[in-house]
Design a protein around this ligand. Structure first.
Ligand code: MRU
Length: 355
């Protein structure tokens, strides 16, 4: 890990292209250690995604786009004009880094399309421009969603969020936390209750860090505390991001999101999903078709490096779940808000999008 000056450490600056390398704010060690992980090859980017140096659906997609730049640069350096025939292994390695967030595959596909349109010469500059465009568009989408999502909150209230769908998980500003930031600026957020989010603790380590820096009142809670809190009547909205949204509006997000949605419906709390259209996968009809990543058992059997479960006990570790569209009150995208999403409304939102 390295600490770097040109890369001002702020959650909005978690992915930085500098000096011909991709620098990733290393999310495994936040908030105790704030440092960057430098990637100078596609293989390094793939490893960074798989090992959670960078995580969160849009951020994974952006990192992969820069990974394609590094793959093409290396292929051109070693193979010259024949570079296209030597890039597939790197692209496959990037695509295999994590299975659920569709933004990863979306970004690789978009970079491949740009690659296909290039004629002759060194591809690096054109591909870098495309990766930077993906990055900038994501940040702009988050600001647009922030304004749209905040517009749904009628009066000051407290909200619950789950995992980290903030600047760290995106190109900057955040999806769910972007809505919360915009709503807070408009005087609409009393307090954010952040679920700690076992086993990676994205809520404690990342969401609390971001909100605390932004001076937005944040209180951590264990996931199991959400029901009792909703029963008090203090919570107006649950606001989360997503890793993949099926064509019918079913939403894959961090494990535990589905439970929150069920609780919200029971308590009359509204449930908002904020996600860019790059998270919508029209190729998957419903949530049953979304691949759910299973990570190592040890992540559940242990805590902070110490094994807590008795030897010989096994653990399940699905890291995402699917919330049925029927439990979603509002889907906020950069193209607009879809209330009570279903297949027809999602089709209308996506129009002729080819991704
Ligand atoms: O396993 P992670 O940390 O990559 O999971 C991230 C989430 O589930 C986020 O909520 C989701 O990617 C939305 S991020 C804007």
């Amino acid at each position: 890990m390295e600490t770097h000056d040109p890369l001002a450490v702020h959650p909005d600056n978690a992915l930085v292209w500098h000096d011909g390398r991709l620098h990733l704010l290393d999310q495994r060690y936040l908030p105790d250690n704030v440092g960057f992980f430098a990637c100078d090859s596609a293989a390094a980017v793939a490893q960074a995604i798989a090992s959670m140096v960078v995580r969160g659906a849009p951020a994974i997609g952006i990192a992969a786009a820069y990974g394609v730049v590094l793959a093409a640069r290396d292929a051109y350096e070693y193979r010259g004009p024949d570079w296209r025939r030597h890039i597939d292994a790197d692209l496959e390695r990037l695509a295999a880094s994590r299975p659920t967030a569709v933004n990863l595959f979306w970004a690789i596909k978009r970079m491949r399309r740009t690659m296909d349109g290039l004629v002759g010469g060194d591809p690096a500059a054109d591909l870098l421009a495309e990766a930077k465009a993906i990055h900038a568009e994501d940040r702009a989408a988050n600001h647009a969603m922030g304004a749209l999502g905040a517009g749904l909150i009628e009066s000051p209230t407290s909200v619950i969020t789950h995992c980290n769908a903030g600047a760290l998980a995106t190109g900057g500003y955040g999806t769910a936390l972007g809505v919360i930031r915009s709503a807070h600026a408009a005087g609409l957020i009393r307090r954010v209750y952040a679920d700690e989010t076992r086993p990676w603790m994205q809520g404690s380590r990342l969401t609390a860090w971001e909100l605390h820096q932004a001076r937005i009142p944040v209180t951590l809670q264990v996931e199991g505390a959400a029901a009792g809190l909703m029963a008090t009547g203090e919570i107006g909205w649950v606001i989360v991001g997503s890793d993949r949204i099926a064509a019918n509006g079913d939403v894959a997000n961090k494990i535990g999101t589905y439970g929150l949605a069920v609780l919200a419906r029971h308590h009359g709390v509204r449930f908002m999903v904020a996600a860019p259209t790059s998270t919508i996968d029209l190729g998957v009809a419903n949530g049953a078709g979304i691949p759910i990543e299973e990570r190592a058992e040890i992540e559940v059997l242990s805590f902070a490096g110490r094994v807590l479960a008795p030897l010989g006990v096994s653990a399940r570790n699905p890291v995402f779940d699917v919330t049925p569209a029927a439990l979603v009150d509002a889907l906020v995208t950069e193209r607009g808000v879809v209330l009570a999403p279903d297949a027809e409304k999602i089709r209308a939102l996506m129009g002729s999008s080819s991704f």
